[in-house]
Design a protein around this ligand. Structure first.
Ligand code: LMR
Length: 331
């Protein structure tokens, strides 16, 4: 009789041998913080379903959405210690360990999704991937969410002066995002994603920046009556695994996971764009929110104020990555 035991919590095989035998089941715990009905939530589920089907159940990806297993600030440590095997945090949240990742947080760095993809899949992505092994991590893919928009409960945000004195929630770990609000004379406050709705509802913070899919799926628009479509920053994800776990997998499993992830990544990026448009329409039809579309002239005003952040972070992000951001702007 073959003993089929899976170690709960560590996702590794039980038997103390060098190779995983084909009879053994491999469990991959995939933890994330957003709702299921979001680009990341749906892609994680799709990845799990395809892997199950393609390995006849030999590999099981267990998805834990909505911070049910680990929250912001906990999931990276959980990955490093091996209690989960996959996470997909927003790139900003890696900045505590890897400050260069703040390149994705720079205001108005990318003019459209295509430019973001050229950054992710080109020089910037390759450079950023390399550092992760220092902390027992391996990056597997970049997923999209989309461009961030400003929301708040106090007033329409049209000119920089409208931010004056307001408090804004920022994602954990990114100093670039904090500086962005400071430059606008507002006060940034770190709030973890699982606590965001409550913090906005209780008016512990006045506003925030997020994508349509997060604003919609977490009902943030119900407590944020003012929305500015500013596309001032980008929110994307990096799918990461624990590098020890990854190298412990049999070659055939690794290759199947990589192929499947690549396929899911193409699908996820398409879905993200569709969902963000659909969710904006839903927010508009709710009638709860006054929507302002930023004009080119207003964009210039915001850009002018936020531009010095590039110089402030030149040493942190590095000349080469910043040059690449500029090169991507010109084609
Ligand atoms: C946030 O904290 O607003 C986002 O990083 C959540 C997410 O994973 O999309």
């Amino acid at each position: 009789m073959i003993m089929l035991i899976v170690l709960a919590g560590c996702g590794k095989r039980v038997e103390d041998s060098e190779q995983v035998s084909p009879e053994e089941k491999i469990v991959i715990k995939f933890s994330h913080v957003v709702a299921e009905n979001t680009p990341k939530g749906l892609a994680a589920q799709r990845f799990a379903a395809l892997v199950k089907e393609r390995t006849n159940g030999r590999v099981e990806v267990q998805v834990f959405p909505n911070s049910t297993l680990y929250k912001d600030g906990e999931e990276i440590q959980a990955l490093q210690s091996g209690t989960v095997q996959m996470i997909a945090p927003t790139t900003s949240k890696l900045s505590g360990l890897f400050p260069q990742w703040q390149v994705f947080d720079l205001p108005y760095a990318f003019q459209d999704e295509d430019t973001v993809h050229r950054a992710m899949d080109g020089y910037i992505g390759t450079q950023l991937y390399q550092g992760l092994s220092l902390h027992k991590m391996k990056a597997l893919a970049f997923w999209d969410n989309g461009f961030k928009q400003m929301t708040n409960s106090q007033r329409p945000l049209i000119h920089p002066v409208d931010f004056q004195g307001l408090t804004f929630r920022v994602m954990i770990n990114s100093n670039v995002l904090k500086r962005q609000f400071e430059k606008l004379n507002a006060h940034p406050v770190e709030v973890s994603f699982d606590d965001l709705y409550r913090a906005l509802e209780c008016q512990e913070v006045d506003g925030g920046e997020n994508t349509m899919s997060n604003i919609c799926s977490k009902n943030l628009y119900k407590v944020q009556p003012y929305l500015t479509i500013s596309n001032h920053g980008y929110m994307g994800y990096v799918v990461i695994t624990n590098s020890d776990f990854w190298s412990s997998l049999p070659e055939d499993v690794r290759s199947l996971l990589e192929k499947t992830l690549l396929e899911v990544t193409h699908w996820e990026r398409e879905q993200a764009s569709i969902m963000n448009q659909k969710d904006l329409q839903q927010i508009i039809s709710s009638g709860n929110v006054q929507v302002h579309y930023q004009s080119e002239a207003e964009k210039k005003e915001w850009e002018e104020i936020l531009k010095p952040i590039y110089d402030e972070f030149r040493n942190v992000i590095g000349e080469a990555l910043l040059r690449n951001v500029e090169d991507l702007k010109t084609g």
